[in-house]
Ligand binder design. Structure first.
Ligand SMILES: *[C@@H]1O[C@H](CO)[C@@H](O)[C@H](O)[C@H]1NC(C)=O
Length: 251
């Protein structure tokens, strides 16, 4: 008698991707440098390569940083939180540390006349001026740093902003993410579909290849440490593009 081994089909269960499994956040201290941009009121902090729009509106305030290529990881690091302190420069450093969220990219510059601080392989933080002045003296332009990843302490639930993707494909910006803070995978489920992996367009903007207009939406978010959370029916069926929904829970 033949025994048939039937492979199990895990219909709706998402496979862990990108290495799967949880891993602790690496909270060791490393060296970098910092400069600042914008003015004392935090002007110049809007928009940017993470897709967050106005970080003030989105709860990140001025406690944000742009990261150089060596730290930005093609936008996967957007939303990560760092504790930073000025170090080993007695002329310019102030004591104490600050905690900041990565919300932007500091692009490399290959023109000799411009600042090269953010060029690879430099690990560089470009802070808003008010944040820079908490760790370094006025007139310091470029200081050595110690930095480490810290868990993101966020108030309230993860927020999801709907965006209109190509061909009206549902596109999502998750923000106010606690825990590791940076997202490595997103899946979406319409009330009439199974779980569908989303693709990162840039920063933390994720798109699906499906039109989900008129369906209730659930989202599954996995942060860089491998922790995954489901936000079931977080978006009601009458949703529109350009709206923000509260996930109620956080990492
Ligand atoms: C920054 O985060 C760390 C780790 O959560 C915490 O111990 C520290 O008190 C925070 N620092 C500030 C200035 O909030």
């Amino acid at each position: 008698m033949a025994i048939w081994v039937v492979p199990m089909i895990y219909g709706d269960v998402a496979e862990p991707r990108s290495g799967g499994g949880t891993k602790e956040l690496d909270t060791a201290w490393y060296d970098a440098r910092a400069t600042f941009y914008g003015d004392i009121h935090g002007g110049g902090t809007q928009d940017g390569a993470c897709g967050y729009g106005d970080p003030n509106k989105e709860g990140y305030g001025l406690a944000t940083t742009a990261l150089s290529t060596a730290l930005f990881n093609d936008g996967y690091t957007c939303g990560a939180c760092y504790e930073i302190m000025c170090a080993r420069d007695s002329q310019w450093c102030l004591p104490g540390s600050i905690n900041i969220t990565a919300t932007n990219f500091c692009p490399p510059s290959y023109s000799k006349t411009q600042d090269q601080s953010c060029n690879p392989p430099n690990k560089h933080f470009e802070l808003s001026q008010p944040m820079f002045l908490k760790i370094a003296k006025d007139k310091a332009k470029n200081v050595p740093l110690r930095y480490r990843r810290v868990p993101c302490a966020k108030t309230g639930g993860v927020k999801f902003e709907t965006k209109r993707g190509p061909q009206n494909h549902l596109t999502i910006l998750p923000y106010n993410v606690g825990g590791a803070g940076d997202i490595k995978a997103v899946e979406v489920k319409g009330s009439k579909t199974g779980w569908i992996p989303m693709t990162k367009i840039f920063g933390q903007i994720w798109t699906s290849k499906v039109v989900l207009t008129g369906q209730g939406i659930s989202l599954r978010i996995m942060t860089s440490d491998g922790v995954s959370k489901d936000f079931i029916n977080v978006i009601p069926p009458n949703w529109g593009f350009g709206q923000t929904f509260d996930g109620k829970i956080n990492f």
